[in-house]
Design a binder for this molecule. Sequence first.
Ligand code: G4P
Length: 532
Amino acid sequence: MTELTEEIRRRLTFAIISHPDAGKTTITEKILLFGGAIHIAGAVKSGKNTRAAVSDFMAMEQERGISISSSVMGFEYGNRKINLLDTPGHADFSEDTYRGLSAVDSALMVIDSVKGVEERTRKLCEICRMRATPIITFINKLDREGKEPMEVLDEVERELATQVRPLTWPIGQGRAFKGVFNLLENNVYLFHAGEVSRPQDVVALEGSHDPRLDSLVGERLAGKLRDDLELLRGVYPPFSVEEYLAGLVSPVFFGSALNNFGVRELLDAMVSFAPWPTPKEADERTVQPDEEKFTGFIFKIHANMNPKHRDRVAFLRICSGKFERNKTYFHVRAGKPFRTANPTAFMSQDREIIDEAWPGDIIGLHDTGTFKIGDTLTEGETVNFKGIPSFSPQIFRVIVNADPLKEKQFHKGLNQLAEEGVVQIFSKPHQANVRVLGVVGQLQLEVLQYRLQHEYGASLTYRPLDYSMAHWFNSADPKLMAELIDNNTKRILVDIRGNYAFLSDSEWSFERAKSNNPAIHFYSTSEMKDRI
Ligand code: G4P
């Protein structure tokens, strides 16, 4: 095996997806504790608590207690180098999360057993499905009286359109929660609230009919477990790693992150079968991770991470080959060479300079305005990676500069924040000076105002625009395109890449526009791939 293949097989790059409050922060913290990446419980806790969160970069997110920015946490566990991407759970920042998912090879989905499948989980799971990203499911909070496990699994299958394969099964729940039965190993993991499971808490059984089960968890729960297991065997085919890797089935684990129960087993399972860096689709071809030549793409740009230094960091996901410090690469969009002297690896806030990095790794490049989201670096080849689309904003506003003396700062700030992907900025077809802002949540409007003021000294106000969705469009017939644009000037926007988008105020009015223009192709993302 070459050094490159060895390093690839060691890598595990994933993100946690969940609805806020399902337990993502708690699980992240336990995972980092196991990985030795942090030493104190509570270090990852978000702004809800007084200790500064590891992933807090902006004063704003500390004030609000919402993890606005994504960060990357790298650590070693088992024999693998793990890169865990922290993605904002807040719906207002979903674009950032969607793009973060383009940089990972698998996802861990956390579901609250009391609430079941929730809205954010649905959307994030859909994005994973678009790319066939393998998902492992963790059903959390078993120490609380929740829904019946079978009911939660039915919900996952129905609402997330994915098949599940339970690999552990809970014994009781809420106050009666006794632990889980591991279907692959025929073990019982006994639960003790608040304690990490000790070796003596794992009891190997001769199958579920082993009489020791009754003495361990009581006759009633043992009987119920036997009935459940029989039912499970009838309902779910055996787990196949290949089907999981193809994104067709999701293995399911049960536990309680707060009580540190089931998280180590989950991590062990991930280390044993979650994928190493997968091939990445580009417009030109599919790039394999074990190609000798380096390629990578920028999926996130974060300005002013440290308020003391005005720096901008571009997050680069390495797709193939070995990345080396001080080597000159090719910046495909700019058509120019790019050389970086100080690439950094992330351990949340701590950034350290690295000399090399491998496929699956995420590194930070110091950026002075060279990069836009989606940019590719290579050793000379023209490759443009797919999967970093913009999605339709839901709130639109005309942006007005509130301080004419700060015109320059206003434009600079807007451009940089748009490149960073904080917001989408459009112009109007025949009025290039009119700028329209598109965001997915109200909070982004405030973040833009706040950052423009604090980082650029400019201020803005908004004029309402009563639309709630945008669809990108094109057509093989330029005459039809021009006609649609000219007849609907109010409803047409041009994005930063020069692509056209059509505004609607309801599904109904969009459907009408679509049926009135049968020769126009409409798309739900700026990638203009998923025709609707
Ligand atoms: P998030 O990042 O997905 O938003 O969720 P987070 O981990 O912050 O967890 C949300 C709440 O759920 C927290 O309580 C957390 O302690 C609790 N929680 C997480 N895992 C479990 C579990 O296994 N069992 C139970 N019973 N609760 C769990 P909080 O009251 O909002 O915060 P805090 O006051 O505990 O910090």
